[in-house]
Design a protein around this ligand. Structure first.
Ligand code: ADP
Ligand code: MG
Length: 368
């Protein structure tokens, strides 16, 4: 496959049985053949439906295995100035947050986000001195709940934010906090703060975080050695933990819950419609505008980006319907073709502003 046209990478991860499932002696309906990246699901007539993906992770796969197979190359790309997006899809309770965040401070159990941050800062720290390269890392953390956008890094995350579009910046959330991370500790702190705010919102606003999408974005600005060139590249890494994909039961749901359910359906259906339109080369209209999620993912699905979807499933028999639906969803995503390119020298880099400010101050000093 040529480098300019790459498919979305799709990985399916089957979590182990949780305690209650073990107690209930649930049966597994999932068989994994890692060698050929194949998953088979047992149907009620005992026959199997088989799917193949780019990679599959078994119940025993470790966090580091999943990271190496999914995120590693994407992080390298983001540092080189590409857009990269990793998103976790699946039914609630199937391991999306475990995969994306995990136990932040546990060496074995930390997930993709903390590992990505470590990766980025290890590259920065090893490169900064030898060739005079300069880096600036900033991040934002937002939540989409009921088609409202909240800034998880702000003092008042309850406030709703608007989406704006700008020729230089593309689609963005107006007024969302951009935290500058000078160190690994800074960016981990931003993730911890946002996660805490997400939890706090659950109690304060009677929210259920399984019904919201959250997106942590890391911007890596790089200036190559001054001797080589002045150019600044900006890589953007979106780390998305999607709302639970389970079909929402209408019966018995109160008004608030019904509204949430239809909004989740709207965004996940829009995501699928965008995916389908991207797969269908005859379609020129891609319906990004149908939901907030797809609008914000506009530069992260198709087009100028590298995308990895991790579909999380449960092994248990009672989840058959949802697991089948996740496997089908992941199967459709496999065919998207992207044409990633490096974001060279965009107008809005902070690093550029800073370097210009330094230049200006130096001139002032020289003139004194
Ligand atoms: P989701 O975010 O999709 O709702 P979670 O990540 O919260 O699901 O996972 C639900 C439960 O299953 C948690 O207790 C989590 O620790 C556990 N779990 C999920 N995936 C794994 C895994 N691969 N290995 C061990 N435990 C897991
Ligand atoms: Mg979760």
């Amino acid at each position: 496959m040529s480098k300019s046209s790459e498919c979305v990478k799709v990985i399916v991860r089957c979590r182990p049985f949780v305690k209650t499932e073990k107690q209930k002696k649930c049966k597994s309906i999932i068989e994994v053949d890692q060698q050929i990246s194949q998953i088979s699901i047992k149907k009620s007539d005992n026959s199997y439906k088989t799917f193949r993906y780019d990679a599959v992770a078994t119940m025993e796969s470790s966090q580091v295995d999943v990271y190496t197979n999914s995120a590693f190359s994407m992080i390298e790309s983001a540092i080189q100035g590409y857009n990269a997006t990793i998103f976790a899809y699946g039914q609630t309770g199937c391991g999306k947050t475990h995969t994306m965040i995990g136990e932040m401070d546990d060496e074995n159990l930390k997930g993709i986000m903390p590992r990505s941050f470590e990766h980025i800062f290890s590259v920065i720290n090893s490169n900064e001195k030898p060739d005079d390269r300069k880096y600036l890392v900033r991040c934002s953390f937002i939540e989409i709940y009921n088609e409202d956008i909240h800034d998880l890094l702000s003092k008042d995350p309850r406030k709703k934010k608007e989406i704006k579009e700008d020729p230089n910046m593309g689609v963005f959330v107006k007024g969302a906090t951009m935290s500058i991370a000078k160190t690994l500790a800074d960016i981990k702190k931003a993730l911890a703060l946002g996660s805490k705010n997400r939890k706090k919102g659950e109690t304060l606003m009677n929210k259920d975080s399984s019904r919201s999408h959250c997106m942590f974005t890391v911007y890596v600005e790089t200036q190559e050695s001054i001797a080589k060139s002045d150019k600044i590249k900006v890589g953007k890494l979106n780390l998305v933990d999607l709302a639970g994909s389970e079909r929402q039961k209408k019966s018995g749901a109160a008004n608030q819950r019904l509204k949430e359910a239809s909004n989740i359906n709207l965004s996940l259906t829009s995501l699928m419609n965008v995916i389908s339109a991207l797969v269908n080369s005859k379609k020129t209209h891609i319906p990004y505008r149908d939901s907030k999620l797809t609008r914000l993912l506009e530069d992260s699905l198709g087009g100028n980006t590298k995308t990895c979807m991790i579909a999380n499933i449960s092994p248990a028999d009672y989840n058959f319907e949802e697991t089948m639906s996740t496997l089908r969803y992941a199967n459709r995503a496999k065919n998207i073709k992207n044409r990633p390119k490096i974001n060279q020298d965009p107008k809005d880099t902070l690093l550029k502003e800073y370097l210009e400010e330094i230049k200006r101050l130096k001139t002032m000093l020289d003139d004194m």
